[in-house]
Design a protein around this ligand. Structure first.
Ligand code: AMP
Length: 112
């Protein structure tokens, strides 16, 4: 599959890795929108959050819990941070592999 995040996960494209376990992979965004900008992805390819089904509930929970743990490890917990996932064209999704953005290190404005 010609997916840039699958290639990052399998090492074909370099990245700055932040975290990895058997199901998840996290790396720094190449165009950071905040002092800390990490992408957390499932190793299994899903196009977006909209691809998940009931059977993926454990993975979904694990994604969110791991995002919070990574934010904590990055020193973001005290001042706060944002976890967001973009879905489809109107959601501003540019890479069709489910990913959570973990953003922090400065006050964030809401996106209208
Ligand atoms: P989205 O627009 O929500 O689909 O987010 C995709 C994100 O992937 C953007 O913030 C990009 O900067 C980021 N990105 C694209 N290519 C790479 C790459 N090779 N390494 C790290 N981040 C990337």
């Amino acid at each position: 599959m010609d997916c840039i995040f699958c290639k990052i996960i399998n090492g074909a494209i370099p990245c700055t890795k932040v975290y990895e376990d058997e199901a998840l992979f996290a790396f720094r965004d190449i165009q950071p929108a905040a002092p800390v900008h990490i992408l957390l992805v499932p190793k299994r390819h899903y196009s977006s959050l909209a691809d998940l089904t009931e059977t993926d509930a454990p993975l979904t929970a694990r994604l969110l819990l791991t995002a919070a743990r990574i934010a904590d490890a990055e020193g973001l917990a005290a001042d706060g941070y944002r976890v967001v996932t973009n879905i489809g064209r109107d959601g501003g999704q540019s890479v069709a592999h489910l990913h959570l953005h973990i953003l922090g290190g400065r006050p964030l404005q809401w996106i209208h």
